[in-house]
Ligand binder design. Sequence first.
Ligand SMILES: *Cc1c(COP(=O)(O)O)cnc(C)c1O
Length: 452
Amino acid sequence: MEKLKYERPSIKQLNAGLMNKFGLKTEYNPVTHIDGAPVKQIIADYGSPVFVMSERQIRKNYQNALRAFKTRYPKVQFAWSYKTNYLSAVCNVFHQEGSWAEVVSGFEYNKALNNGVPGNKIIFNGPDKREEDIRLAIENDSLIHIDHFDELYFLIEICEKLDRKPRVAIRVNMDTGIYPMWDRFGFNYESGQAWNAINKIMSTDRLELVGLHSHIGTFMLSTSAYAVAAAKLCDLAYHFKLKYNQNIQYLDLGGGFPSTNTLKGSFLPGADTVPSIDEFAEAITTTILNYGFRQDELPLLMLETGRAMVDDAGYLLGTVLATKRLSDGRRATIMDFGVNLMFTSFWYDHKISPAQEFSHHTEDMVVYGPLCMNIDVVRESVSLPLLQRGDNVVVHKVGAYNMTQWMQFISMRPNVVMVDMNDKVHLIRRAEKLEDLQMMEVMPEYLEKHEL
Ligand SMILES: *Cc1c(COP(=O)(O)O)cnc(C)c1O
């Protein structure tokens, strides 16, 4: 057994942590390490701000989710949702674990190919598949998930030209009891549109219908919504078998499981309120198992869960630029990162921890980013120790959607590093430079010169 690290004993004052309108006092200890890598060293080596991904946490999340489903259902396959975080190093951790790729654009499709994912293990979703993307997907035997009738007809046209019969699924949207309903993607179940699509596919004989797909929403807090979705997909698959005497090979329940982040406006922290992956797995697998399929005809269960797998594996390290008093007397803390890097701060109250020892005096404050733009607010009100210029902070649970939705506005995107299983730090995306941005610009000749 590995020798455990010595930790000095400490005495802590017990604090019941009474909630006030700003929520809980969150911090009792500084966060000095990400896994075993020292925060201050990462900042010294890679600058501030800097994103940090924990390989250990990604693998843990994946293995936990896989276990939750595999122990309840015999045939399970995960596909990594590229748009959640498509840094290639992150994708490859998922691919090493056995995850396929789930993409929603030609660019993402090619990224998956470049990462070495075999074409027949790429799921191609989304409403925007261009002709060249569809041709490529057909040639690579990928799973094409049809989103709308225009795409269906276009696909049939291309197949006639290529004389190929690709494997397809349809995306189905439905009433799962969650409103507003996500009915803009795919074919509606209740209105009979999904059956229209199935019957059209079967009547052309140009496409091989192998799967049914749904992705009912994101950050879903209801497990029963997934039971409803699974039941409706089972109903389609079951009656498909009766009508066409063929089996639907897989049901893809998409993603949408919540991470443990805290949604804005919620009273209790997300970690205490969101259902676990096991609860979602229970709702989905019992529904399919009980539906009435013959044991040897049970469909493969596919999942495309994104944020629940990666959100808590991502950290943003940053530095306090300044503190000030606002006109109403409130304290404001200005950080060197803002909504340009933390798109999710529009939805989440991200936890922020000091990265060094601090006094136990706290104050309710607003945390701003560095942008010259009024909406650049990281936390509207948070109870934090009094941070000073130059202090470092760790923002938690930023692994999902921030490294794909970040914007190049006013400042450029920073370094991203990954802490590996041995606590070694690797650069996985270097910071952008002025040349990177200018590379894409073109100056018309007549504008090249000016005299000031
Ligand atoms: C975005 C997306 C996912 C991942 O969603 P999460 O809410 O991050 O789990 C899965 N499938 C499809 C089709 C998506 O568009």
